[in-house]
Design a protein around this ligand. Sequence first.
Ligand code: HPA
Length: 264
Amino acid sequence: MTEAAARLRALGGDEPATVGLVLGTGLGPVTDAFEDAVAIPYADLPGFPSGGVSGHARRVVVGRFGGRRVAALDGRAHVYESGDPAAMRAPLETLKAIGVETLILTAAVGALDPGLAPGSLVAVADHINLAGYNPLIGVAGDGRFVDMVDAYSPRLRAALARAAAVEGLDLPEGVLMWFPGPSFETPAEIRAARVLGADLVGMSLAPEAVLARWLGFELAAVATVVNLAAGLAPAGPSHAESRTVAGQAADRLARLLARAIERL
Ligand code: HPA
């Protein structure tokens, strides 16, 4: 076990976490709903990403959530920070090493469907990655040829749908197209993404989904719409807006996730 895994395992106490969360921009307040929470900064976990993006705390929070022990990666490393598509490999490997089996990714995203107003939650059903980056480039062995059919687990998507119904929340499903950023898309790129079958655009999530399947997690992802994509609203998207809108949606996202985790 790596030093990071040993430290996290010790932090989790006798009952190790079996569910992992990755919290996107502005979504850190989801951990406010954790009971018996303990936090450890990434800086204390060897191999975890340093640096930072505003709206990301960069700590792991372990606690009880939805009746289970959950380890949340509160803050992610994005590919646009380093050019490394495997930027989240060490944190995800660490979750795997401490016993996490189910991984739920979250992210703030732009919507291509004007019906998805800012604040909407969307369960990711699939993704499109035409960016030319893959986190498994350079990985040896036949394990790298990961099957991405049903990568976003139908079982977990059903649990999310039931949880949304119980909580009285809308939870449509959508396809996310990954753009590595950090500039937002052009309106022409957004029109192209729409033609290609995307409902959402975002600068994270897809590379982590590939890593997650490679590592053998059962995977789900919930996107929080923070803006209509470029060209679909009078004003262009902004990071400040992402943080604010995501923060306002974090409470609803926490309710949804807690209910879904109860049903795993
Ligand atoms: N595009 C890409 N990523 C995003 C957006 C967007 O419009 N909003 C939040 N993250």
